[in-house]
Design a protein around this ligand. Sequence first.
Ligand code: NDP
Length: 281
Amino acid sequence: MSAVRIDGKAMALAIREEIAAKVAGLKARGVTPGLAVILVGDDPASEIYVRNKGIACEKAGMHSETIRLPQETTQRQLEAEIDRLNRDPAIDGILVQLPLPRHLDERAALSAILPEKDVDGFHPVNAGRLLAGEPTVVPCTPKGAMRLIRSTGVETDGKEAVVVGRSNIVGKPMALLLLQAGCTVTVCHSRTRDLGAVTRRADILVSAVGKAGVIRGDMVKPGAVVIDVGINRVEGKVTGDAAFDEVSEVAGWLTPVPGGVGPMTIAMLLENTLEAAEKRL
Ligand code: NDP
């Protein structure tokens, strides 16, 4: 068996075209959606992510601002910048690029963003709404991963779903979305005993670990939908968490890395920014 490759890149492109058309419509009504990204320090990977987000925004016709703050920025200075953007009527979405330098308090920074401008969906108010099943801003990566799952046409209701990883930005919100979609959800992490025994039960398996090869072929149920969120650099190449060739032999559907979840994350960021601007209108 060879898994169907889920083409996140193509799907993201189509979504971005739809968003660009909606942005043009909003602009005609006098509103240009605006996204501000705050980057503290000079982490090279973050620099690339931030640049890509800015380019994606501009291609969609949105207003984009990148605020670069030096490594030695204090918490007070960071929050003052967030406060300025909270009050800026040209900005619909504020994103603080993670990880922040270690001397800064990530939770306090994310909580300083107005919930309605929190296009990453990390503010405790938005996270709480997701937990309660209320309409909210859904974090971009799990939101994109759900779209990829839906694109397979596989019914989620009543299925076994396993999420590997329990971070606030990927694993936990992913588990909540799958729960909302009617799955029986198990969340695994570094303390899970016999990971393979759990993942082999999954009709839908989402891996968000950040370790190349943590998901092997013999850990996957035949025919499963496998969504690989992981981004790892191995000998200069970007790979996911799944041992791609092995997992391809067993799974029914599989996202590639790169070209799977990554492009969808950016498309969902644009969608969340557009929705914030529509609410402003
Ligand atoms: P974190 O490091 O915050 O979380 C990783 C999770 O994996 C933790 O819950 C950890 O468990 C768990 N874990 C670590 N080792 C194992 C193991 N051997 N077996 C089972 N679980 C394990 O990472 P993020 O959630 O921020 O990101 C996860 C991955 O997704 C990274 O590679 C990141 O680069 C990528 N990513 C990709 C995005 C995209 O757009 N494609 C966007 C965001 C992230 P514990 O909690 O016990 O430590």
